[in-house]
Design a protein around this ligand. Structure first.
Ligand SMILES: [Ca+2]
Ligand SMILES: [Ca+2]
Length: 150
């Protein structure tokens, strides 16, 4: 009865293929999270504007809809804090929060500081919701790298 066996095998394979699709569908619900901390700007840290702004925290919105950051807070281990102005991250997009001064533009916000925030050896970036609850954090402890993918 080779024909029947073939039909059964085809049905079983179709069933397995259906099951295999399930995990990727489950990943569709994303988060707004800290994606990268670039803590040691390229070159020597002389404090110029371009060096200060090459130090940044990148946030990613991996959800399927735009997300308003207003009122969120970004903090380092020693308590330096930045409160987000009104800024919408589109679905799937990222936002860099630079340490130095600059003008807000698509994909870029500026803490407006004249000194570095993120320690070059170890530190922890924490992002809080407007309610004060922790949304996400990312810590690192290495001078061998200049940035951390969270
Ligand atoms: Ca630094
Ligand atoms: Ca450096």
């Amino acid at each position: 009865m080779p024909k029947i066996r073939t039909a059964a095998a085809t049905a079983a394979m179709a069933c397995l293929a259906g099951l295999a699709l399930a995990p990727s569908q489950a990943q569709a619900a994303g988060t707004v999270h800290i994606y990268k901390v670039y803590y040691d700007s390229p070159g020597s840290d002389r404090g110029g504007s371009s060096s200060l702004n090459a130090e940044y925290v990148q946030i990613k919105n991996s959800t399927g809809s735009a997300f308003q950051m207003q009122g969120h807070k970004l903090k380092d281990s020693s308590g330096h804090a930045y409160v987000f102005p009104s800024y919408r991250i589109s679905a799937g997009k990222t936002l860099k929060v630079h340490t130095g001064k600059g003008t807000k533009s698509a994909g870029h916000l500026y803490m407006g500081r004249s000194a570095y925030v993120w320690n070059n050896d170890k530190d922890k970036a924490s992002m809080y919701k407007p309610t004060g609850a922790l949304r996400d954090s990312c810590s690192y402890n290495s001078t061998r790298a200049d940035y951390k993918m969270c």
